[in-house]
Design a protein around this ligand. Sequence first.
Ligand code: BJW
Length: 229
Amino acid sequence: MGSIVILTGAGISKESGLDTFRDRDGIWSKVRMEDVATPEGFRRDPARVHAFYNARRRNLAEGGVTPNAAHAALARLEKDWPGEVLLITQNIDDLHERAGSENLIHMHGELLKIRCVKCARPFAWTADLGLDDKCPDCYRIGSLRPHVVWFGEMPLDMERIMEALMDCALFVSIGTSGHVYPAAGFVQTVRAQGRAHTIELNLEPSQGTSLFHETRLGPASQLVPTFVE
Ligand code: BJW
């Protein structure tokens, strides 16, 4: 049985109450990505970056945010499909794991983890993060940063991702605008291997729509369960 690779973006969590980035009311309409999602922005003003991620961490943990029908359907697919289902998410929320997905890569990191810039190992972290916090491993003060991938940084687990894309029989992209690379180029990698079918499920056409064999438009909470059944 061929393997399935699924790429998800902010659109899948929209109906759980989390903002997307590039929609009209999205995160980048409220803050400048250069300020909060680049290493330079963090060096310039770490307190501002901590405040941005602390607010999102608090909202995720305490804002009544729960997985929606799309997250649940993907977890069901992983359990029921006889072959491998690899879920690659660009999202830093934990809604896929809360829905029950296990074979999951967070290519842009995880909001509920932090890491030390010196010793690099990620830790679970649910409280607010500040400039005076100490690394639990090396005890340096002020060396902790969110465990997220900013512009100009290498996304995580790329080797495993590329192998899975080269090998899959079906590639499904859900709720992503196709603006951010390397994720936006995954469909081209899959098309180049020549054997897999490619499907996009999104609210509206994305940057990469013409590259997919098939596109279905609508909200993820409706499209994804229908697709999985
Ligand atoms: C719904 C819905 C509903 C709404 N149902 N759908 C020039 C050319 C090519 C590349 C570059 C370039 N200049 C610079 C680059 C590289 C750069 C990049 O891509 N820049 C572009 C902006 C041009 N990329 C990087 O720097 C990356 N690293 C890198 O490239 O390393 C080098 C490398 C070399 C070789 C191999 C591999 C790597 C790192 C990118 C890091 C991105 N980080 C962020 C923020 C951190 C996490 C966080 O704070 O949350 O990640 S940016 C932000 O965008 C976030 C997201 O994961 C990412 C993608 O956004 P997403 O998920 O697509 O959200 P939206 O809002 O854009 O779209 C939502 C979609 O959902 C829309 O289409 C809606 O219609 C839809 N939707 N409601 C279904 N209910």
